[in-house]
Design a protein around this ligand. Structure first.
Ligand code: SF4
Length: 252
């Protein structure tokens, strides 16, 4: 496992826990809005860190943390992920996994091994529109299977969509809530436009919040909790444009 970055997690990342996040290198998708371009390749030790470094970091913070989040990049591509999670559990810490859901068999194995206390899986679009968001060909049945694996696992979980104006509509978010029907929680989160993979998204304002709120009753009939997660870094749309967009571009 090569690690691109390690940092203290935000409270929202693992509610109720004080955590560090390990961002592993390497991802099999190329989401147009991805803000982690530096983590998409395999990296090397000139630009990243090995597990020994991460382990030292975690041990140095043991008196201040009670959880480790494996994120990326895509952690389920890492052959030693299970071994590293086991080491973290043996330190007495909780483990959260953040995944894009493209490796359902790896996910099933981890969740059945009691190594994961909380799993957060991205559902990036309704299945029929996936390719337009993830930037590559993908068998979307893998995503359907992973949704099922997560819901059946008995592990605390959430599904997340990063909402991007022009890529998503509230109609699609409603469709995603149907796909994940019965889930613990559905989180829609702001897109950060400072450094997206696709240049034309740079500077694009966040999805307006009112339409996200307007679909709350619909979504809450399908999942146990619905959360709109605002990011302070998200570019806010000027009020006049926001009004105009909510009447035109945003389907409800
Ligand atoms: S946003 Fe997409 S491309 Fe970026 S790390 Fe996540 S899954 Fe990979």
């Amino acid at each position: 496992m090569i690690i691109g970055r390690i940092e203290r997690a935000d409270e929202k990342d693992y509610p109720g826990k004080s955590a560090v996040t390990i961002y592993v290198c390497g991802c099999n998708l190329r989401c147009s809005y991805c803000g982690y371009a530096g983590l998409l390749g395999t990296c090397n030790l000139d630009t990243g860190h090995d597990w020994d470094y991460a382990e030292r970091y975690i041990r140095n913070h043991l008196d201040r943390i009670d959880a480790v989040i494996f994120s990326g990049g895509e952690p389920t591509l890492q052959e030693d992920l299970k071994e590293r999670m086991l080491e973290v559990k043996e330190m007495g810490l909780s483990v959260k996994l953040e995944t894009n859901g493209t490796k359902p068999e790896v996910l099933r194995d981890l969740l059945m091994s009691d190594l994961v206390d909380f799993v957060s899986m991205d559902v990036k679009a309704p299945l029929e529109n996936y390719a337009s968001v993830v930037g590559c060909r993908l068998d979307v049945e893998l995503i359907r299977t992973s949704v099922w694996v997560v819901k059946q696992s008995g592990v605390a979980h959430e599904f997340r969509t990063t909402v991007v104006p022009g890529l998503h509509t509230t109609r699609e978010l409603k469709a995603i809530s149907e796909l994940i029907h019965g889930a613990d929680r559905y989180v829609v989160q702001d897109f950060i436009s400072t450094n997206p993979l696709r240049g034309e998204l740079r500077g694009r304002p966040a999805f307006p919040h009112k339409p996200l709120e307007d679909i709350r009753a619909y979504v809450e009939r399908r999942v146990q909790a619905y959360e709109i997660r605002h990011a302070e870094e998200a570019q806010q749309m000027p009020v006049a444009r926001r009004r105009m967009r909510s009447k035109t571009a945003v389907a409800v």
